[in-house]
Design a protein around this ligand. Structure first.
Ligand SMILES: *Cc1c(COP(=O)(O)O)cnc(C)c1O
Length: 419
């Protein structure tokens, strides 16, 4: 189960397109991954960390009101956002950092965009006693301060990357450079199911705990699955959720991509659902990318930082091409509506990323048979999005709040007490 590529390829996608200086690092990682996935002591340690630190298993919740309202299939939500640190990313971070520790590494590096993977990696390093350096574009460091603050609390060093557009892809390049120079002591903990082999297989394997639990929870409760719906940024939560069902074609698989503000080029991040993406090779792997005619990164846009990425897991790209997975674009406003729907009707505050999957499920559920289930993977919880959702849902109150916070800080007084 843990290695489904053929020499790192999923059909025509995937591979290991790396400069010679990274060859030794990648080969060493591949050998270690294969060795430890067959080591009962490693797997037991991972199981205990998942149980006691991450807080697994995460619940599978029946969305009763939503089911009644839609009048179709039974809607369930896998509450992955209840994992410690608030999202599925910790599953991968704990797996990779534990593996690196077994390999004798003492230092972990990671790339991060919005900061979610940086937070998960920093937390995993704090837990397992590893030095942690996170590369983040300078632009992202400035606009993602809550996550930068969390990374620093966990003891990580956040390095602002000043090259190129000073965002995620520049952070990946910087992490690759560091890894090539320091791999004897350092592991590069990549954040999604992409990059050169063995990362797509490895990240999917560590995330498969999501799908494995869903399979068991459904068997125990006699839930008959019609379809699974996940949001797809790089593709790690979708890969892990879907993996145990890849070969079971009675289960339909749906991927929700960021439809942004609309289908025009630059206004979304659709690698599969739209027509703007093309085959390409970037950052070590072949897949579908949003590139312009000169092979340069296209502008992308989404209200959810986690889905705002120009590439996609090579395995998911292959499965989109063969038709095993159906992809659809969900717009920013559809996602915001889904956040409100599930908060109000189910008491579940979803991350904006996850709300893309939820919005897609709201469209699909009416045509699912009543005796079967459609399951949404809630990849993360929505607390982190308050700086994005509040300006949309209640702009004036939010502006007042920010102004009073700034006033309080600059005047060194406590406005809350004074009022
Ligand atoms: C990062 C993130 C995603 C997107 O990443 P994938 O690799 O596609 O799973 C989705 N949801 C949340 C909550 C995230 O933090």
């Amino acid at each position: 189960m843990y290695n489904t590529s053929e020499n790192g390829f999923f059909g025509e996608y995937g591979g290991k397109f790396i400069p010679e200086v990274l060859r030794a690092a990648v080969d060493e990682l591949e050998n270690a991954f294969n060795k430890y996935m067959a080591d009962p002591a490693f797997l037991e340690e991972l199981r205990i960390l998942r149980r006691d630190y991450i807080g697994r298993e995460t619940p599978l919740l029946f969305a009763e009101k939503t089911t009644q309202m839609l009048g179709g299939g039974q809607v369930y939500i896998k509450l992955e956002g209840l994992a410690n640190t608030g999202a599925h990313k910790i599953n991968n971070a704990i797996g990779q950092v534990l593996l690196a520790k077994k390999m004798g590494k003492t230092r972990i590096i990671a790339e991060t965009g919005a900061g979610q993977h940086g937070v998960a990696t920093a937390a995993a390093c704090a837990r397992l006693g590893m030095e942690c350096v996170v590369y983040q574009g300078e632009v992202d460091v400035r606009r993602q301060q809550p996550n930068v603050a969390a990374m620093e609390l966990y003891g990580a060093k956040v390095v602002p990357v000043k090259n190129g557009s000073r965002t995620l892809k520049d952070a990946v390049n910087e992490a690759m450079r560091d890894w090539a120079a320091n791999f004897e002591t350092t592991h590069y903990c990549l954040g999604s199911a992409l990059g050169p082999a063995p990362f797509p297989d490895m990240v999917r394997t560590f995330q498969s705990v999501i799908g494995d639990e869903v399979k068991q929870q459904c068997a125990e409760r006699n839930i008959k699955i019609d379809s699974l719906v996940a949001c797809v940024g790089g593709g790690s939560n979708a890969s892990g959720f879907f993996a145990p069902f890849f070969d079971d074609t009675s289960v339909k698989l749906y991927g929700a991509e960021a439809g942004g503000t609309g289908p025009e080029i630059g206004n979304n991040a659709c690698r599969m659902a739209g027509t703007a993406a093309r085959d390409g090779i970037l950052q070590g792997y072949k897949s579908r990318f949003l590139l312009d005619d000169d092979g340069q990164a296209q502008k992308t846009s989404s209200i959810s930082a986690g889905l705002d990425y120009l590439g996609i897991s090579p395995q998911l790209a292959m499965m989109g091409k063969t038709g095993r997975i159906t992809f659809a674009a969900i717009t920013d406003s559809e996602a915001l509506n889904a956040v409100q729907h599930f908060a109000k009707n189910e008491g579940v505050l979803m991350a904006l990323e996850s709300a893309h999957a939820a919005a897609y499920a709201l469209k699909l559920a009416p045509s699912v048979p009543k005796d079967k289930a459609i399951i949404i993977n809630m990849s993360g919880r929505g607390d982190k999005d308050v700086f994005i959702t509040s300006p949309v849902f209640r702009p004036e109150e939010w502006k007042d709040f920010l102004r009073s916070e700034l006033f309080r800080l600059e005047n060194n007084t406590n406005v809350h007490e004074a009022q």
